[in-house]
Design a protein around this ligand. Structure first.
Ligand SMILES: NC(=O)c1ccc[n+]([C@@H]2O[C@H](COP(=O)([O-])OP(=O)(O)OC[C@H]3O[C@@H](n4cnc5c(N)ncnc54)[C@H](OP(=O)(O)O)[C@@H]3O)[C@@H](O)[C@H]2O)c1
Length: 267
């Protein structure tokens, strides 16, 4: 079994119905060992299918899913995880995250963490964590019973939202940062600074973006259904940026958040 979250994963949000299984299978065959899904994406069954079809041993693969914020009460969480477990069909889920914190902490974090531990004892999951937690909520979660086992805080990070304070606060608590929407909704492909740095390295702007995240100790999620893009993205792990490149990318930060739904916490 994989015991730590692999540093480069495939995302599956907004993948067209019917395309997820093939995209998961192709990524796994290229070398990816980490797949990210969520109850909300309505594609857990296809993710499980892709894992089974890949021919890669189950124990070499890390699959993350997420529980929607309306299912964080103990009974709802256990019930919803039984459904995720059944849909995925891959045995215990490697990692389950709270997708978004309970608005105004209506469901106490301690209740959800205790339910995660119960779900683990039922064989539904192996590890748990959080997503979209600002620093004060994350700190409270880590201090709650069972909170020291939180594996990651999955948050939006891109060159245009470096999210520096939250990244540093998360890492200081001993929790891994996982970055979603790393390309700033496609903006990275044409950003002149990223294009320029990419030219210097014989790389693409997407690869440069992923290399910058990896250099900050951040786990990267990139989503693509296109096998060529998947391979290019995977190869970003070979790109080594120098201090000047990193400083130039750091300077692109505008604090521009793309994911900010009405139920989001106060950032
Ligand atoms: N926790 C949360 O609240 C949350 C929120 C959002 C996302 N996520 C997770 O994070 C993952 C990544 O985020 P994302 O899907 O928004 O963003 P992303 O990976 O930044 O962008 C995906 C899009 O970029 C395109 N793309 C990827 N690589 C490319 C390349 N090398 N060249 C050209 N186009 C490329 C893809 O098109 P093609 O398919 O054509 O390649 C796709 O349209 C999600 O899939 C999901 O698993 C989590």
């Amino acid at each position: 079994m994989v015991d730590t979250i692999p540093s480069f994963g495939l995302g599956t949000f907004r993948v067209a119905a019917g395309k997820t299984a093939q995209s998961v299978r192709s990524a796994l065959q290229l070398g990816y060992r980490h797949i990210d899904t969520a109850q909300y994406y309505d594609n857990e069954a296809e993710v499980g299918q892709g894992v089974r079809d890949s021919g890669i041993p189950r124990e070499d693969i890390w699959v993350t899913t997420k529980v929607w914020w309306e299912r964080l009460r103990r009974d709802d969480l256990i019930e919803s995880l039984k459904v995720s477990h059944e849909k995925l069909g891959i045995g215990a889920i490697d990692l389950v995250l709270i997708h978004w914190p309970s608005p105004d902490s209506v469901v106490p974090i301690a209740e959800t963490l205790a339910a995660f531990q119960e779900a683990r004892s039922l064989g539904l999951l192996r590890h748990y964590g959080v997503s979209n937690f600002p620093a004060p909520l994350l700190e409270a979660a880590v201090k709650a019973p069972g909170g020291s086992e939180i594996v990651t805080n999955q948050i939006e990070v891109s060159p245009f939202l470096a999210n520096r304070a939250l990244v540093e606060a998360t890492q200081k608590l001993g929790v891994k940062v996982t970055a979603y929407m790393p390309l700033g909704e496609g903006r990275a492909h044409t950003d002149p600074t990223l294009v320029d740095i990419a030219k210097k390295h014989g790389a693409t702007p997407a690869q440069v973006t992923f290399a910058w995240l990896l250099s900050r100790g951040i786990v990267v999620l990139s989503a693509s259904t296109n096998a060529e893009h998947q391979e290019i993205n995977w190869d970003a792990q070979k790109v080594k940026l120098d201090a000047d490149d990193i400083a130039r990318i750091d300077a692109l930060d505008e604090g521009k958040r793309n994911a900010n739904p009405p139920f989001a916490p106060k950032w």
